[in-house]
Design a protein around this ligand. Structure first.
Ligand code: NAD
Length: 293
């Protein structure tokens, strides 16, 4: 039997409606509009498109958008000055440093300059530490979106075996921590992992975040497994696909995210939710706790 399709677009729509209502209530109560500040070192076209879409998404839920565009010749100090500007701006609640930064910048040093209460990407060491301790924090958007999809479709995690392929700081790494926090038994795989197929075959939950077309095929899956595909790849014919061979996997899996239309749309909504969360903490009341959003 073909797998249940985990529809990220539908979930993102529900989240947008809910967030719009909560933003309106927040504005009415606090007379301040939650504001996202994006810092972008100009690089490629796709990043520019992403930032533009983010502005549209912000406006659709009633949030403000501020943009700090740096020329690619900007120095590390100029980048960090931009981060300080948004960090100390009372009207900016959440700050996104558009990643990846060009290789000449020290990304970790840049993130370290950010006020961690405005770090809506969950990359500041304080937020990473809080997530590792399973304490409320601002968390990386993409894996948080994956967890919301699992929750929305009632996929049980406690006691189940999960394999996460990819261990980056933005996707694979935090996803494995989130699954562990949800009491799954987690195996983390990466480019040096041997016998990947054997590990995948034993898993109840398979998460891919590698950026490799066809990395996981249907014959590698345990029948009934849940598959969360974060991969975003472009085929030679310019169409988009994930890391999982969808056509073969959908026949074996119990549930699977499509690409496009799976994890991607949810990521943006989690990011905007983090802006409201940050506004609650930094703007309203210092006693306010991340738990309340
Ligand atoms: P990254 O390059 O930083 O990390 C890739 C990880 O995959 C590494 O840990 C690497 O060891 C592992 N890997 C690579 N090849 C492998 C192989 N053959 N076998 C096993 N492991 C392998 O990438 P990232 O930033 O973590 O992004 C991963 C993917 O997720 C990309 O396709 C990216 O476009 C996508 N992405 C999706 C969203 C979303 O909203 N869905 C958001 C961010 C990134």
């Amino acid at each position: 039997m073909a797998a249940t399709v985990l529809n990220g677009r539908a979930l993102a729509r529900e989240m947008r409606e809910d967030l719009s209502l909560r933003v309106a209530a927040y504005v009415a109560q606090h007379h301040h509009t939650p504001t996202l500040g994006v810092i972008h070192v100009y690089g490629d076209r796709s990043a520019e498109r992403y930032v533009r879409n983010l502005q549209v998404s912000c406006n659709r839920v009633g949030m403000n958008f501020k943009y700090y565009l740096l020329h690619h010749t900007a120095t590390q100090r100029e980048l960090e000055n931009a981060i300080h500007t948004f960090s100390s701006d009372i009207n900016v609640d959440g700050v996104l440093i558009q990643m990846p930064l060009p290789a000449k910048y020290d990304s970790a040093a840049a993130v370290f300059q950010l006020d961690h209460r405005k770090d809506i990407d969950g990359l500041h060491p304080i937020n990473v530490g809080l997530l590792n301790q399973n304490k409320p924090s601002l968390v990386p958007n993409t894996p948080a979106g994956g967890m919301l999809i699992l929750d929305r479709y009632g996929i049980e995690l406690a006691g189940r075996d999960a394999v996460v392929i990819g261990r980056s700081a933005v996707v694979g790494g935090p996803m494995s921590t989130m699954l562990l926090n949800a009491e799954a038994t987690v195996e983390i795989c990466h480019r040096a992992t041997r016998n990947l197929a054997d590990k995948v075959r034993r898993a109840d939950i398979v998460v891919t975040a590698a950026g490799k077309i066809g990395l996981v095929t249907g014959d590698m899956l345990k029948p009934g497994a849940t598959v969360i595909d974060f991969g975003i790849n472009v085929r030679p014919d310019n169409t988009m696909c994930g890391d999982v061979d969808y056509a073969s996997a959908v026949e074996v899996a119990g549930a699977i995210t499509p690409v496009p239309g799976g994890t991607g749309p949810v990521t943006t909504m989690v990011l905007l939710n983090n802006v409201l969360k940050a506004a609650m903490v930094t703007h309203v009341d210092s006693d306010n706790d991340m738990d309340q959003c």
